[in-house]
Design a binder for this molecule. Structure first.
Ligand code: DGL
Length: 265
């Protein structure tokens, strides 16, 4: 591995492209290899053991491509597999992501904010989330909300569809402003705790119908990747812009889904 080696980035599908975009902005001279495991998505409804096995398969593919670091651009895979993978491959740089609960509670500018944490069911039930709630649950009201339909529709290329808006209206019903102006629970901060969700950030805000602060863990992850690579002396020093190679485990229904998401994001 050298400074010129690529950085591996993976997700259960197209969601991690939202993280890849932020990583490219943060480290424009790096080459990236992106792997979307769309053939096995969604991860969010699978057991932690199954997610660990799938994640290990992907990470071994990335190691085979001689990446200098791996970014798990998936909150679900990080929650279920990051500790296991770091213990098994201690010489590798393996970064993950977690829902940005800490900044959503502490930096919202409000005392004791109401924080809606949208993530997969697996992430919301995982040990990391329990830990985050135990650390920050006293300083804010945390409302977890699983949204598997977003992952399904984004994977199906339907991020801007009427089905998406209908689905969001339904699951956000307790938190959104209704036609008569009523709001069940008014949210101050919204955590996008799944990397598929930034693709529908504007739709979520529109459906809520009032201003909220949005928190996306991708920025923290990209900063941490920059810090770790700098510390390891592995940051690229090439002057030209880096490139991206995209791989997917899915050939159906749309093998060009990753390219499309990269162009759209
Ligand atoms: N994008 C993934 C995450 O960040 C999970 C989506 C899924 O496969 O359920 O949690």
């Amino acid at each position: 591995m050298t400074k010129d080696s690529p950085i591996g980035v993976f997700d259960s599908g197209v969601g991690g492209i939202s993280v890849l975009r932020v990583m490219q902005e943060t480290m424009p001279h790096e080459n990236f290899i992106y792997y979307g495991d769309s053939g096995n998505a969604p991860y969010g409804e699978k057991t932690p053991d199954h997610i660990r096995r799938l994640s290990e398969n992907v990470i071994r593919f990335l190691f085979h491509k001689e990446v200098k670091a791996v970014v798990i651009a998936c909150n679900t895979a990080t929650s279920a597999a990051a500790d296991y993978l770091r213990a098994k491959y201690p010489d590798r740089i393996i970064l993950g992501m977690e829902p940005a609960v800490k900044p959503a509670v502490l930096q919202s500018g409000k005392r004791h904010p109401a924080v809606l944490v949208m993530a997969t069911s697996s992430t919301l039930h995982g040990e990391r989330m329990k830990h985050l709630v135990s650390l920050h649950g006293e300083d804010g009201d945390i409302y977890p909300l699983a949204a598997p339909g977003i992952v399904r529709l984004v994977e199906a290329g339907k991020k801007d569809s009427p089905e998406m808006l209908e689905y969001l209206s339904e699951i956000l019903s307790p938190y959104r402003k209704h036609a008569d102006g009523s709001i069940g629970t008014h949210i101050d901060s919204l955590v996008l705790g799944c990397t598929h969700f930034p693709f529908v950030e504007e739709h979520i805000k529109e459906v809520l119908g009032y201003p909220v602060e949005v928190y996306n863990g991708a920025y923290g992850t990209a900063r941490e990747a920059l810090r770790r690579l700098t510390e390891a002396g592995l940051l690229s020093d090439r002057a030209a812009p880096g490139d991206v190679k995209l791989y997917s485990s899915s050939t159906a229904p749309d093998p060009t889904a990753l390219e499309r998401m990269l162009l759209l994001s």
